[in-house]
Design a protein around this ligand. Sequence first.
Ligand SMILES: Nc1ncnc2c1ncn2[C@@H]1O[C@H](COP(=O)(O)OP(=O)(O)OP(=O)(O)O)[C@@H](O)[C@H]1O
Ligand SMILES: [Mg+2]
Length: 559
Amino acid sequence: MSESLAFYFSLLIVFVLFIVRTSKNLHSNIIHQIAYGITAFFDVTPLGRILSRLSQDMSTIDFMLPVAVVNFLYMGFLLLATLAGIGLGVWKIFLALLPLVGAYFGLQIFFRKTNIEVQRLESLSRAPPISHLSSTLNGMDTIRSFSALESFVKINDKHLDHNNVEKFALKYIISWYGLRLDMIGAAIILFVFGGITLTRIFGGLDAGSAAIALSYTSGFTALLSTFSVFCSDLEIRMNAVERFWEYKKVIQETQNPHAILPQPEWPSEGHIEFKDFSFKYLNGPLVLKNLNFIIPAKSKTAVVGRTGAGKSSLFQGMFRISEPAYGTILLDGVDYTSVPISYLRSKLAIIPQDPTLFMESLRYNLDPFDEYSDEDIWNALDLVQLRDVVMGLKDKLSERCEENGSNFSVGQRQLLCMARAILKKSSILLLDEATASVDVETDGIIQSTIRTAFRDCTVITIAHRLNTIMDNDLVLVLDKGSIAEYDSPVNLLDQKGQFYSMVQATGPSSAQYLERIARGEISVLQHLSNESSLSIATPQAKKLKQKKSKRTSKKIKNR
Ligand SMILES: Nc1ncnc2c1ncn2[C@@H]1O[C@H](COP(=O)(O)OP(=O)(O)OP(=O)(O)O)[C@@H](O)[C@H]1O
Ligand SMILES: [Mg+2]
């Protein structure tokens, strides 16, 4: 007794350890696949689906699958033992049972096919309510300001109804299957009883064998239907593994096995050369075509063009979000595809149009790898004129950022990104200008930081407003993914091409003003401070500004 208990417990421990290890490996494997997946994967996969896989499916694998495996094995062995019991009594009956066994397997195959399909539909219908709820919560401010909450609730109800329809379908087919199974079980009992009776009447069976066969047969139907339930339960749980395993196929970012690590200070100069550079997203068409141009070290270059011209794609290409379709980029003479991708990205600084902060301390957001002293961080904040703002916070550098950095304005978030770039001492800064979301004053700080703290860096700016880039060294005009013009602003104005038309489109007086900036008669900073004082000078603007600063301090107090 004690030996069998010990054997049972050691078997249990081995089983539990095996399950924990398998789950752990599976989870870390898939997390790695997702984390290193190409960005196109995140473009086409709803966030809700990924979350549902990593939460619901993972918990199924962790908790329900082991139970389903144990149940399946236990019932399977019990069923075999029962069949053996019946066979010991009257083995000839098995021959008569063959058609019923055939019917059972036929039913099983039919049910499996339908069940898998309905399972798949049910699982697909689970993601939309999660995605919809998460995007609704994200955009709650906008939804409320348009009084559109009711319609969003209706859409949510629709998604839930759809999910319920699939759930009910699943329940119905299980009931349908259960009924057929009971019928087959009843037929088996009838055959066995009939067989035993006939064999007994014609004298070929002793009472003992008949009793064994009868006693095993009485529980056979219940056993068969429980076994089938456990089979389908196991299959359902295994679907979670299958769905989870699908992420094993996520295409990974290219890791060049022959990548070389350049000098630690690379790229110290910031000289950029695009050589026959073409770029596309996954299986799409080329969005940048055969670009050949040089951005000299430490120069300030603006990228302009119509919407969809490929400006943001240029930055995506520089960060190797997708590998170049053809050609390459040389950074200080080094082919950027020959450098490990993470190393390359660590050397470039980017300030996106809508920067996101992590839900961590401000310090973590500025120095995620804990490489710099507090003094360095305060100096960087000084340069972007955020020292007073951060000093005004209750926990200073330990102040926690809310989701997406929503407790800071877009302009402040851009300035925090700039402070991070200053800390990193990147020699190349890519700036995607924010438009309406940044006020004139913050814009002034951003522009003056570029011209002071980043004086010795190569800065490429995607310009949405011409007034901030008219003093740049070079302007690249993109048109449908190709270079339309590339020269200094003054030369482009003189050429009277696309850039000239863009400037003229701002209106005669503005065009004249922009031309004066390009010719160095007015500085951009002077122009922005004029705009700032003008905007503050009007009573409405003053009121707006006071309201805004009250709102910001209230926001910070509320936290
Ligand atoms: N993630 C993506 N997947 C597939 N195609 C994309 C993706 N992002 C952009 N594109 C395509 O690439 C082309 C260039 O887009 P891009 O965003 O670079 O333009 P843009 O010049 O930055 O425009 P905007 O001024 O509106 O920001 C467009 O045709 C667009 O449809
Ligand atoms: Mg863009």
